[in-house]
Design a binder for this molecule. Structure first.
Ligand code: GLU
Ligand code: ZN
Length: 289
């Protein structure tokens, strides 16, 4: 029987094919959800058209299937959720909980780098939209990394929820989507560890239950340099998933699975063997060159 209380998700941006680093995030969140007998949902974070690669979303979904990572329910696309984001922003604008800002990056840098609320009282009617961040949550407990504290000024910043080019900001979309999907635990890469405090502030402002957080180590090519679509990490091989699957399991400190030619059996074994305690409590792990 499924534990309907646990709802996890994988939320890739369609900016390129699934590479080893994103496979680790997909596999880690999948194994955790399945080991808890919960649901595992997939959301395509296609809110940033300039960074989108044509065909990448479908390619990512086909790759998940090839690795035996089958999701529950319908895939959600952020590009189809604009109305909800816009309604929330309109509501905040009407209640002075959000405001337009026309400060340039350079102006913000010259005032110390963290946005100081400069445009809060300006009554502008165009530009980027910032959220009045009265919450300023600056700490949380991560299920893997332990207590996390961020810089208080960063945590309190009125961050952008809609960009000046009209696109919605990741921070807003991710929180509204996790609320809509009833996500109980977010399992993802440790590159989003800091951003989590802002997301918690949004969950609180929206009167929603804050999920648990579990940030997996990032696969890095060198210190501070994560594998990413931007630095052209090699896509994983859909036609021959077993080597990458075992490499991702090893990365997560999990035992290997028998190479049996049948990906469903290998995944089944990986779920049964999954042990949260064995995942390295590190923010990044350097890959052998
Ligand atoms: N779409 C984000 C990324 O690919 C992940 C967002 C998340 O898991 O919260 O980096
Ligand atoms: Zn401003």
């Amino acid at each position: 029987m499924k534990n309907i209380h646990y709802r996890g998700r994988f939320a890739p941006s369609p900016s390129g094919a699934l590479h080893f680093g994103s496979l680790v995030a997909a596999l880690g969140s999948f194994l955790r959800a399945r080991h808890c007998q919960g649901l595992w949902l997939v959301r395509i974070e296609d809110i940033d058209p300039p960074r989108e690669v044509h065909g990448a979303a479908d390619d990512i979904l086909r790759t998940l299937e090839a690795f035996g990572l089958h999701w529950d329910q319908q895939v959600i696309y952020q590009s189809q959720r604009h109305h909800d984001y816009q309604d929330q922003i309109a509501d905040w604008l009407a209640h002075q909980q959000a405001y337009y800002c026309q400060c340039s990056r350079q102006q913000i840098r010259s005032r110390g780098g963290i946005y100081n609320g400069h445009c809060r009282q300006q009554q502008l009617d165009s530009g980027a939209i910032r959220w009045v961040n009265n919450q300023g949550c600056d700490h949380f407990i991560d299920q893997l990394q332990g207590p996390i504290h961020t810089d208080a000024a960063f945590a309190k910043e009125d961050f952008i929820i809609r960009r000046s080019d009209g696109f919605y900001a990741y921070q807003l979309a991710v929180v509204m989507d996790d609320i809509a999907a009833g996500i109980t635990e977010v399992v993802r890469g440790a590159d989003l560890l800091e951003a989590t405090v802002r997301q918690i502030s949004l969950f609180n402002a929206l009167n929603a239950a804050v999920p648990d957080w579990l940030h997996l180590p990032l696969a890095c090519q060198g210190p501070g340099s994560k594998l990413s679509k931007q630095n052209h990490a090699t896509p994983v091989d859909k036609s021959h998933p077993q080597p990458a699957l075992n490499a991702a399991l090893a990365f997560l400190g999990q035992p290997q699975v028998e190479p049996c030619g049948e990906v469903a059996l290998m995944i089944h074994q990986a779920i049964a063997q999954f042990d949260l305690e064995s995942i390295p409590k590190q923010k990044e792990i350097l890959l052998p060159q």
